[in-house]
Design a protein around this ligand. Structure first.
Ligand code: SF4
Ligand code: SF4
Length: 254
């Protein structure tokens, strides 16, 4: 069953070409009773939901990462302001994630498996900006990567891309959480490229000012208002960990 889910996600995500393309998706799984889900109420916020809240009888959780192309990442890196292409990809990818989840619910339903999902973004409290279903924390528990200094998940395909997740009522083999940190800073190496790339000062080595960051996201949304709601920035996502696990400090100067 886990191979069927992985193959279906890959097929649905890789049928696009050109600017709408993705690199090969990553898919991981966790058991729904993994105590890490309950801990998200402390780590993320008390309102964070459990898999069983999304789907009574939940047995497992699947998370997937749709990695953006090298081309899109370098356009975004070169552009002094968050690029129009990245903003458009955000909207398109959120639609794709919803479409993948809807298809999975339908196709799994034909095989007697129930599944539930949360939309790919705007799963957060408007005032506190704390999430009630954090795909990045769910993806961490599903073994997809580790957190970077920039508070995003760094996967084996980097951090430039978007995450989705579903809860299922069938047991699936859990993907082990990576044994080592993927972020250079967290491995004790001299990086912090994400901090230097942040145009607002919201990110520093002591933490992320969520509200200052979100003000930038809303400003970008105003700038590209013709595209639809695109509260994005992602300048911190195009450093050495954008496309892969960075190897060493030299990656910080690429
Ligand atoms: S840019 Fe460097 S310090 Fe920042 S998250 Fe990536 S690897 Fe870590
Ligand atoms: S999204 Fe933009 S403003 Fe927010 S931390 Fe990253 S670079 Fe800074």
């Amino acid at each position: 069953m886990h191979n069927y889910i992985r193959d279906l996600i890959t097929r649905l995500a890789t049928k696009n070409a050109g600017r709408s393309a993705y690199r090969t998706p990553l898919v991981g799984f966790a058991q729904a009773d993994n105590p890490g889900f309950a801990r998200l109420k402390e780590v993320v916020g008390p309102g964070h939901l459990l898999p069983q809240d999304l789907l009574p009888g939940a047995r497992s959780v699947a998370a997937f990462f749709l990695p953006f192309t090298r081309d899109l990442t370098s356009i975004h890196r070169r552009n002094p302001y968050p690029s129009r292409e990245w903003a458009a990809a955000y909207i398109q990818t959120n639609e794709l994630i919803s479409s993948i989840c809807r298809t999975l619910v339908e196709e799994l339903g034909k095989r007697g498996v129930r599944a539930a999902w949360q939309k790919p973004t705007h799963n957060f409290h408007a005032k506190t900006l704390t999430s009630f279903w954090s795909h990045k924390h769910v993806a961490y528990l599903c073994g997809l990567g580790t957190f970077g200094l920039h508070h995003m998940l760094i996967t084996k395909a980097g951090c430039a891309g978007r995450l989705g997740s579903l809860v299922l009522d069938v047991p699936l083999p859990a993907t082990p959480v990576p044994a080592e940190e993927y972020c250079l800073h967290r491995r004790g190496q001299n990086c912090a490229a994400c901090v230097r790339l942040c145009p607002t000062g919201a990110l520093n080595t002591n933490g992320l000012d969520r509200h200052r960051c979100y003000r930038q996201l809303l400003e970008v949304n105003d700038f590209y208002h013709d595209l639809g709601f695109c509260d994005i920035c992602g300048k911190c996502a195009v450093g050495p960990c954008a496309l892969a696990v960075p190897k060493g400090p030299d990656d910080c100067h690429r």
